[in-house]
Design a protein around this ligand. Structure first.
Ligand code: C5P
Ligand code: C5P
Ligand code: ZN
Length: 467
């Protein structure tokens, strides 16, 4: 990787820490893995599980929503615990726990950063929202354990699941090192392509119909115009009676469609910086079957979220561990339901609209949107009419433990020092809740009834950060 010299030194230090974590793992004969309930967390747990299985080190995966005292107590009797995609916010809970603790995380650390086996990009000058994911950090340890390059695709899936490629339209930082390794070993192929979901699995016209970032004037949601456009470009929609998928088109055909889409956006007056977002890097998993969800990193990550967010995390882990039978079929069923739920959630926000304060906008979905997907919906609705693309968006939904809050910012606000992890943590504390995450995306849980006070405080904190 061609990094500037100081970045090279930081990378060396990060890799050294990964080797130290690997050494600590090697000494164990039994390890509990505790990981986070999302695509990145599932990928992370599976990476370390597969690496340990290869070494015949017995291990067991536990996937959790958050790391709290009951979770800690449940693993306190183990000899060693590996925390992946979480842990950096709960280091103080590990101090007197008993077992050897190893943490591979990318959330902004809270409390002491003295812990020996703590691998987190933030400790080495990297950004955990863009430069390395939880599964990426875990992969660095796996590769220090032995030749585990075949697990690099899961690290790419985790990073893409956490939208780490979105900021620059490509994976960067330490993620790039992992991607380079994956490409050299013919495990992943990165290429520039249309940023649309379902390249492997959706018929071309359907894929275009659902493009949302950016929203393409006259195309998104407009099947008649799409068919007209494709006909004008002489694109055959079917081959031997089957709908062609985006990946079935020749690169010349894909280029001609992308050019036409760019032209439409520009003609409609869309600012060129937004038009650029039409194209970005996409990641093909070369060891997976072409034409399946698992062949594309973004589709794979969505499949994992479709299991994890509905308490079927074991199904997702099974898929990452190689199941292409029962668990894989079930995961595909869950994916259909997940997509419907996202559409329903988006429609809810479209219909009810958002309430705008001076420095943020929010919607409260009550019981209408599941608390486990309100963050995904919040992230998706920045392209809706009536939603201000320049303000953070905050989604609230009821949960068993109070009210779940998910906040999503923008790149330009982050450049102006927006740090949602800090603002959400502080605003949540001010009403007796907890929060954390990344500069551009963060979450919190607050007591029911404190929403107004919380939002007022959050609005003030965001104003201070970006002033
Ligand atoms: O818990 P974890 O760190 O794995 O999740 C990261 C979260 O940050 C994801 O929900 C992802 O969608 C969000 N994110 C975002 N925009 C970015 C980067 C991350 O919404 N540019
Ligand atoms: O839950 P949501 O998708 O909104 O989370 C956004 C980011 O904030 C994720 O990285 C998540 O792990 C993190 N988060 C956190 N503490 C919370 C809630 C969410 O660190 N209490
Ligand atoms: Zn993560």
């Amino acid at each position: 990787m061609d990094a500037p010299p100081n970045l090279g030194i930081l990378m060396e230090q990060l890799l050294k820490r990964a080797r130290e974590c690997a050494q600590a793992l090697k000494k164990q004969d039994e390890i509990k893995i505790v990981s986070h309930v999302d695509a990145d967390g599932l990928a992370a747990a599976s990476i370390i599980c597969r690496a340990l299985n290869k070494m015949e080190i017995s291990n067991e995966i536990k996937i959790v929503k958050k790391l709290d005292l009951p979770v800690m107590q449940s693993v306190s009797g183990a000899n060693a615990v590996m925390f992946t995609d979480l842990g950096s916010g709960s280091l103080d809970l590990m101090d007197d726990l008993g077992p050897v603790c190893i943490v591979a995380d990318h959330h902004q650390p809270a409390g002491s950063s003295e812990m020996a086996f703590h691998l987190n990009p933030h400790l080495f000058g990297f950004n955990g929202a863009t430069d390395l994911s939880g599964s990426g950090a875990t992969y660095l340890i796996a590769r220090a354990l032995g030749d585990n390059v075949e697990l690099s695709d899961l690290a790419v899936v985790g990073a893409v699941g956490d939208l780490q490629h979105v900021r620059e339209g490509r994976l960067r930082g330490v993620n790039r090192l992992i991607l380079d390794e994956a490409e050299k070993n013919a495990i992943v192929r990165a290429e520039k392509d249309l940023q649309a979901f379902g390249r492997q699995t959706r018929p071309v016209h359907k894929l275009l119909e659902y493009t949302s970032s950016p929203f393409i004037p006259g195309i998104t949601g407009n099947s008649a115009q799409i068919l007209e456009l494709l006909a004008s470009l002489n694109i055959e929609l079917k081959e031997e009676g089957e709908w062609k998928k985006w990946v079935d088109l020749s690169s010349a055909e894909r280029r001609s469609i992308i050019s036409a889409l760019i032209q439409r956006c520009l003609t409609a007056g869309m600012p060129p910086v937004r038009v650029q977002n039409l194209v970005g890097e996409v990641y093909t998993l070369l060891k997976e079957e072409p034409g399946t969800v698992l062949r594309d990193a973004s589709e794979y990550a969505t499949l994992l979220n479709a299991t994890a967010r509905y308490s079927f995390e074991k199904i997702g882990v099974d898929v990452c561990l190689g199941d292409r039978g029962g668990s894989y079929r079930k995961a595909n069923e869950l994916l259909l339901m997940h997509r419907e739920n996202l559409v329903r959630g988006l429609n809810y926000v479209k219909q009810t609209g958002v309430t705008t304060l001076s420095n943020l906008q929010y919607f409260h979905a009550g019981d209408y949107i599941l608390e486990t997907i309100v963050g995904i919906v919040a992230g998706m609705c920045k392209n809706l009419e009536g939603v201000d693309r320049h303000l953070p968006i905050v989604g609230l939904a009821n949960s068993d433990e109070g009210v779940k809050v998910s906040a999503r910012g923008t790149q330009s606000l982050v450049e102006r020092h927006l740090n949602l992890a800090r603002a959400m943590s502080e605003a949540a504390h001010s009403v007796g809740g907890v929060g954390g995450g990344h500069d551009i995306a963060a979450g919190a849980t607050i007591p029911e009834g404190t929403e107004a006070e919380f939002l007022k405080n959050l609005n003030r904190l965001v104003a201070q950060q970006v002033s």
